[in-house]
Design a protein around this ligand. Structure first.
Ligand code: ZN
Length: 121
């Protein structure tokens, strides 16, 4: 991952934690259960950000290595964003989108490792 991008992700995570601590400081009378609930929310926020960043990082390294089923070559047709529900909440996944120059089918060609990741055939 590009260093600037990584710093942005990490600073977003730090901000989530700082906001929680600030809230706790300003609300000393709150119940322990409220702090617990808020920590849980922060953990989920952090998980979402980390997972999204890790997926984006791996996606950048992915190149279209395979041909269309019809034997045609892929031509990059832009990028599409998908929302994927994970155990860490909904993450945004940006993927290169390809169309086949022969049959015109649109695909997100996935490498073997990505097929395993997303659980698709
Ligand atoms: Zn094709």
């Amino acid at each position: 991952m590009e260093e600037t991008k990584q710093k942005t992700v990490l600073s977003g995570i730090v901000q989530s934690m700082e906001a929680f601590l600030q809230w706790a400081k300003e609300n000393p009378q709150c119940k322990l259960s409220e702090l617990e609930d808020r920590v849980q929310k922060v953990k989920t926020e952090i998980g979402t950000q980390l997972l999204e960043a890790a997926v984006a990082q791996q996606g950048q390294a992915a190149l279209a290595e395979e041909q269309c089923f019809c034997g045609g070559a892929w031509v990059i047709a832009g990028y599409r964003e998908r929302h994927v529900m994970t155990s860490q909440g909904v993450i945004r996944v940006k993927r290169a989108y390809f169309t086949c120059e022969r049959c015109g089918q649109g695909f997100f060609p996935l490498r073997r490792s990505e097929r395993d990741k997303w659980g698709v055939e």
